[in-house]
Design a protein. Structure first.
Length: 214
């Protein structure tokens, strides 16, 4: 789902109301609006990249433990590279979620302050209603992502320990020994993917509210 720049511009003008009458706050408010919108986009992109990397990493592990490997070292190296990539993606997603939470908190706190400056009661009421509704929608993202850290670390621990085991015993017998553990790690992978999906749903709700509603 692509962001539409002209919709963003209209939304920014709307949430800031009669920005010119607020004086020096207009530029700062628009900047906060843009940063908050960008944080949504960043989280969405990073989570989708992480979902792809989860599948790629799992496939590379399956390849390592597949019977009859012609080049076990090559398969292991590919798996190790993918574990590193997934580790980076996971850390980036968690960082983006934390940044989005902090940015949106700041954004809505300042919006509330600016709402008190309206002299027109209708505009003041509209600003408060809009701010309250959007703040509630934004809050669903960190709520939905509350379980990501735990599932991410559980799955990554599986992958790194399998990697460590094979680094010491990269032989057909070693692969055979670790295969049951690699199969059990599939549950942690499923838990991680399941913990990411509600965040994508919450992000889609925000984007629908900002850009798609007529």
């Amino acid at each position: 789902m692509k962001f539409r720049n002209h919709s963003l511009a209209l939304f920014t003008v709307f949430v800031l109301g009669t920005a010119a009458s607020i004086g020096g706050c207009a530029t700062t408010g628009m900047d906060r609006s843009a940063k908050t919108s960008n944080s949504i986009k960043d989280v969405d992109i990073e989570i989708r990249k992480m979902m792809v990397q989860i599948d790629v990493t799992a496939a590379s592990l399956d390849n390592v433990v597949a019977p009859g490997q012609s080049n076990l070292k090559k398969s292991y190296d590919s798996y190790s590279d993918n574990v590193v990539k997934l580790d980076k993606e996971g850390k980036r997603v968690i960082k983006r979620l934390d940044e989005m939470k902090a940015q949106s908190t700041k954004y809505f706190a300042e919006w509330e302050k600016q709402g008190d400056t309206y002299t027109n009661p209708e505009i003041r009421e509209l600003s408060e209603e809009r701010r309250t509704n959007l703040a509630a929608i934004y809050a669903r993202v960190p709520e939905a992502g509350a379980g990501i850290k735990g599932t991410y670390h559980a799955y990554l621990t599986d992958l790194k320990e399998i990697q460590k085991f094979l680094s010491n015993d990269l032989t057909p017998k070693g692969v055979e020994a670790i295969t049951p553990v690699s199969q059990q790690s599939v549950q942690h992978m499923a838990d991680l993917k399941e913990s990411l999906r509600p965040v994508l749903v919450a992000l889609d709700e925000i984007k629908a509210e900002l850009y798609n509603k007529k």
